[in-house]
Design a protein around this ligand. Sequence first.
Ligand SMILES: *[C@@H]1O[C@H](CO)[C@@H](O)[C@H](O)[C@H]1NC(C)=O
Length: 220
Amino acid sequence: MGRGLTLLLLPLALLAAPAQAEGGTAAAEEEEVKIEVLHLPEVCSPKSKRGDLLNAHYDGFLASDGSKFYCSRTQNEGHPKWFVLGVGQVIKGLDVAMMNMCPGEKRKVIIPPSLAYGQQGYAQGKIPPNATLIFEIELYAVNKGPRSVEAFNKIDKDSDKKLSELEISQYLKEEFARDGKKRHPSVHDEILADIFKKNDHDGDGFISAKEYNVYQHDEL
Ligand SMILES: *[C@@H]1O[C@H](CO)[C@@H](O)[C@H](O)[C@H]1NC(C)=O
């Protein structure tokens, strides 16, 4: 329940980095996510894809000693987590591990540190440096994700088809107020900086519609 681990799923306000050249930067073998299917329902549809809104429970373990560091069942009164797949709302390894997965399917996945918390680790050593993580995932629902056009327009208050720092800052404040969780004020600034780092590719201080276009099929 520590504040640290809630960041595992902290929604990056629908503004995660667009996927870069998928499959282009072929990872070394140790950088791959290993997926074991524990249960496959007879009817396996729809399969999850980037931009879908997923509902899942999962437990996280350290590969080194098998200790459990995260359990969605003990959070949020046991409600499964909702998140958008493939856009950075969860660690990269989970974004990869939950692709092409159907409702009712269970997977055990092994995620290398490079696709998890890397050399820094996380949450005051709760996830140590260079930790390989294991997750057991049960997927409940695969829904259509939020429409990025609508989300974009909602943030773009002055309708100039680009998002300023002020607009995104305002949006974050609203989102934070809505979920009512206690957060250190620095979290706002960190997320804001992170959003610009990941999305403002030309560094002009705005996130354009093109830079924002997280979901491939949406057009502005
Ligand atoms: C983590 O791995 C990197 C690269 O292999 C290494 O340089 C670093 O010393 C490791 N850190 C720790 C704390 O083991």
